[in-house]
Design a protein around this ligand. Structure first.
Ligand SMILES: Cc1cc2nc3c(=O)[nH]c(=O)nc-3n(C[C@H](O)[C@H](O)[C@H](O)COP(=O)(O)OP(=O)(O)OC[C@H]3O[C@@H](n4cnc5c(N)ncnc54)[C@H](O)[C@@H]3O)c2cc1C
Length: 267
């Protein structure tokens, strides 16, 4: 199917992008287009104006700081996966990015597009939540804990643009996902991070939105090993159930993926 007709704008600055959005209530920002374009082709979205952020070089960077890794919203998954700085600072993040979709998706899809979209099965939200990352936008700074508000929904206001994400350096971190064999989206993905102030475990793919497993966090703070959480099961209530996996199967996968993520973090 073809998209409905739309206007296209390639702004030269974030200010121009926001001003164009403010003048056009049903505009949409375009980044890698990996979600937005298919959605438009299916006529599930029909914005009258696309504001293309992909050429804004100010959104494309990876900066290594003393305590954090800061990644521009327009940075592609392929760039994150290949970055020596990311591999050195938070190898689990490079691993996560390298397992998103396929090469075409990774070379177009961006960090900002992924978290702004907040697909229930997207990988980055697990890293943002587990690492306690901070999201910077054109208007403010939002804690990762407050950013993901539900299925395909975030704390972003109309027209607000994600500019960068600051990921604290973890002492150790690991990510493991059980991918849908067709799309590579997570049927269940678990990011485990040991930080200066404790351990955080975040799950994607299993529920309508990313969530933490505090029962595992408490145990891992005392004993950071796969066996320590072997007996902890996530309740199936409220988990996703579809033709690929039941809620009970996803609940089981969460513990299995968490054990694999911990093992990866210990290497
Ligand atoms: C076949 C296929 C397989 C995939 N597999 C995976 C997978 O395994 N794991 C995974 O995590 N993802 C997967 N994806 C999703 C992909 O990785 C992209 O991250 C995702 O599509 C959105 O990023 P994008 O840059 O393409 O954004 P777009 O599609 O351009 O935009 C998505 C949404 O975000 C908004 N937006 C974009 N950038 C910003 C910004 N800076 N500030 C505010 N709003 C913004 C747009 O307006 C739009 O609403 C897959 C996609 C496809 C097509």
């Amino acid at each position: 199917m073809y998209t409905a007709a739309f206007q296209y704008l390639r702004p030269k600055s974030l200010a121009e992008a926001e001003a164009a959005f403010a003048k056009n209530g049903d505009a949409k920002y375009l980044a890698g287009g990996q979600t937005l374009i298919p959605t438009m082709k299916q006529r599930l979205a029909a914005p009258s104006l696309l504001i293309d952020l992909a050429r804004l070089s100010s959104l494309v960077f990876i900066r290594s700081e003393a305590n954090a890794l800061v990644i521009g919203a327009g940075t592609t998954h392929a760039a994150v996966a290949a970055s020596v700085d990311v591999k050195k600072a938070i190898p689990a993040l490079a691993h996560l990015a390298s397992h998103i979709g396929d090469p075409a998706v990774r070379h177009r899809g961006t960090l900002g597009g992924s978290i702004a979209n907040n697909d229930p099965a997207a990988d980055y939200p697990a890293a943002v939540l587990a690492l306690g990352a901070t999201i910077r936008t054109t208007r403010r700074t939002i804690a990762g804990d407050d950013f993901f508000t539900g299925m395909f929904s975030t704390a972003l206001e109309d027209g607000e643009i994600v500019t960068e994400v600051s990921f604290p350096r973890a002492r150790r971190a690991g990510y493991a996902k059980f991918p849908n064999p067709a799309s590579r989206y997570a049927m269940a993905g678990v990011f485990v991070a040991e930080l200066a102030n404790g351990v955080r475990v975040a799950v994607t793919g299993a529920a309508p939105s990313v969530f933490r497993v505090q029962d595992m966090e408490g145990v891992l703070a005392r004993n950071f090993s796969p066996d320590a959480i072997a007996g902890i099961e996530v309740p199936a209530d409220g988990l996703n159930s579809d033709l690929f996996a039941s809620a009970e199967y996803r609940a089981h996968l969460v513990t299995v993926m968490a054990k694999r993520a911990i093992a990866a973090a210990m290497v």
